[in-house]
Design a protein around this ligand. Sequence first.
Ligand SMILES: [Zn+2]
Length: 287
Amino acid sequence: MVPMWTPFGPSAHAASDANDRHGHEQPTRTHLRTARPARNRSANMTFHGGRILPTVSSRAIFWGPSWANATFAGDKVTGLDSFYVGHNGSNYAKTVNEYTGTNGQVTDVTTHAGHLIDTSTATGGNNTAPILAEVAKMITNPDTSGNGYYPVYTDVKRGNAGYCAWHDSGVVNGITVQFAFFFNLDGDAGCDPVDTTTGHSQGLAALANVSAHELSEARSDPDTPGAWYDSAGNENGDKCGWTFHVPSVTFSNGTAWKVQGEWSNKAYTAGTGYANSSGQKGCVDGH
Ligand SMILES: [Zn+2]
């Protein structure tokens, strides 16, 4: 798992990789992150032989008793549904389309089937097994193509955990599923994109930004042995974590979101991307 470090988040740009901890990765893919000289080494990601997600079928799970509280839920449930619906066919989704795998090429087709709510007590994200078990409990018929993506939004506060969210893969009823874990980021300055323009609540804005990160990574690097990541184990979301090119990006349904960019090998090579926190110009957000 990823080493913990503090401080992190938007107030400390050096910690641009702190968005998640990549539960699906082997330790060797994450523990080399520090102090590797970039000389003689491309900033780009390389292909590692696995599949990608050609399309995505998503359904969100809101887990924890607080989701029964309308004040807590606020704009987060409807807002995240709108986020996923609008992601489909968006220019933001197209930022991942360049990546290919053993099963074809990523496309911007991401179909969203709404959400489910489970008001039983949620766990935190320090172990992946309880999150996969929650997906198995709620999603009894996962997408049979293996492109199902099930983000689990809990009401658990982050505390001193060194990540905001993560994604992983697993098996439910014999079918491969992608899933992701999210803390409750209400009032959590370490995971806050500081969205001041869209009108979304702070908690929704924070979840949307890390949701964009995890979904983009799942599409380009879903499973073991993995598809696209760099020599330090960083995926497309990690490489552009906490770098925002514009105040908001408009999705295909007209909704606007303050979301980080995603790494594009093509943009970096062509010199057309914007800079990540290391000054490497390979980030794109499709705006
Ligand atoms: Zn990541």
